[in-house]
Design a protein around this ligand. Structure first.
Ligand SMILES: [Zn+2]
Ligand SMILES: [Zn+2]
Length: 108
């Protein structure tokens, strides 16, 4: 059974064995979690990298791009941007589509 308490700073639940008591003023102490005690603001987690994986459908080139950067999103390989998609989407289905042109032939 883990006892928990509330951090006075970030108001998040923390196990009592992980809190620190810091003086708030002369008479009162406040309970803070490790993160707050060490000065870290745990409220907004800063991701170490903001780069997202992309995939160029033209040349099958995978690359990373930081959407917050001022650089335009384009494939570093072919320099085009019209076939770029998230690499989270299933790249295998894209490859299948390309290697199986009979599908589009059959429509017309
Ligand atoms: Zn806290
Ligand atoms: Zn490309």
């Amino acid at each position: 059974m883990d006892k928990t308490t509330i951090c006075d700073k970030c108001k998040s639940k923390v196990p009592v064995n992980q809190v620190k008591y810091v003086p708030k003023d002369e008479n009162t102490m406040m309970v803070v979690c490790n993160d707050c005690a060490s000065g870290k603001t745990s409220k907004k987690p800063a991701p170490s990298t903001t780069k997202i994986k992309y995939f160029c459908g033209r040349c099958k080139y995978k690359f990373k791009h930081d959407p917050k950067s001022l650089r335009e999103l384009q494939c570093p390989f072919c320099g085009k941007s019209d076939r770029i998609m998230d690499d989270n989407t299933d790249a295998a289905s894209v490859l299948q589509e390309v290697s199986n042109p009979s599908f589009s032939d059959r429509i017309y």
